[in-house]
Design a protein around this ligand. Structure first.
Ligand code: NAP
Length: 291
């Protein structure tokens, strides 16, 4: 039986419709959500990501601005600009487009974004909150995975979830979110001795590695929900995930495609985080503990 497709584009449209309503309510209070994107140097991938983000902002009604720095700018220059953006009440979200030029310390720059405006969710305050079981601003990609699971009404509590990949921006926060929802979670990495042993028991299998074909249908539990986070460009220019879609879709019950799956959700979640940050700025929703 062929799996049902979990279509990120369709789910993202539903997210945008909800965001438009939340933005309308903010307008009544005189607030337009604002997002600042810092771009240091330039590469073709960043240009595409920025175009997608700017288009999505326009569609839902988020004000966005791009601040460009030359590739040879200094860390201090960027941190000073971040301090000004942190203090600007018109901007509710700030993100720094990665990757950064090699001479810059990305950790110092990312930690320079105020936690309340950290719409990429990479600040240690936001990541730490997740360890304590709270979601303030969560990293966009794992948040997108959780949103896909919820839209598809995939039961999470009590299920075996396996996350392959343990990066700080995808695998680890995704594992924390699944734990918070009552899944029994295993996290695999390049050090895992027998990947198949884990994948074959997963009711929910999320793969975030960056290796085409790492998981094929023979490794998947029949009926599993498979979320392919990986994005890989093959030598022929084709974009594929980490899961061999042809064989996996014969075994899984539901599966995300690449492209058109999790990637579409990541931008949608960036806007959701920006709207959430704007709502918090006027006292709507859970807020950060007072310092
Ligand atoms: P990353 O920082 O390079 O982490 C990759 C993880 O995969 C590491 O934890 C690594 O283990 C693990 N790994 C490597 N080889 C493995 C193997 N043979 N078996 C099991 N685990 C293995 O990458 P990332 O930033 O998390 O991104 C992962 C993938 O998701 C990439 O393809 C990236 O392009 C994609 N991505 C997609 C989106 C989206 O919007 N769809 C967003 C972000 C990332 P170790 O820790 O042991 O090295």
């Amino acid at each position: 039986m062929a799996a049902t497709l979990l279509d990120g584009a369709v789910i993202a449209q539903r997210v945008y419709a909800q965001l438009k309503e939340r933005i309308q309510r903010l307008h009544v209070r005189g607030v337009q959500p604002g997002l600042a994107v810092i771009l240091i140097g330039e590469n073709s991938a960043s240009r595409i990501y920025l175009k997608n983000k700017a288009q999505a902002c326009e569609v839902v009604g988020v004000h966005s601005e791009i601040l460009r720095f030359p590739a040879d700018c200094s860390e201090d220059e960027v941190v000073r600009r971040l301090q000004a953006l942190n203090a600007n009440p018109r901007l509710h979200g700030i993100l720094v487009q990665l990757p950064l030029p090699a001479h810059l310390n990305s950790e110092r720059i990312l930690q320079g974004i105020a936690p309340a405006k950290d719409v990429d969710g990479f600040n240690w305050v936001n990541l730490g909150a997740m360890v304590a079981g709270h979601t303030l601003l969560a990293p966009c990609t794992p948040l997108g995975v959780m949103t896909i699971l919820d839209y598809a009404q995939v039961p999470i509590e009590g299920r075996n979830a396996v996350v392959i990949g343990r990066s700080a921006i995808v695998g680890k926060p995704l594992a924390l979110m699944l734990i918070a929802r009552g899944a029994t979670v295993s996290v695999c990495s390049s050090k895992t001795a027998d990947l198949r042993q884990y994948t074959s028991m997963a009711d929910i299998l999320a793969v975030a590695v960056g290796r085409p074909g790492l998981v094929d249908g023979s490794m998947i539990k029949p009926g599993a929900v498979v979320i392919d986070v990986g994005i890989n460009r093959l030598p022929d220019g084709k974009l594929v995930g980490d899961v061999d879609f042809a064989s996996a879709s014969q075994v899984a019950s539901r599966i995300t495609p690449v492209p058109g799956g999790v990637g579409r959700m990541t931008v949608a979640m960036l806007l959701e985080n920006t709207v959430t940050a704007a709502e918090r700025s006027v006292g709507i929703g859970a807020n950060y503990p007072a310092q």
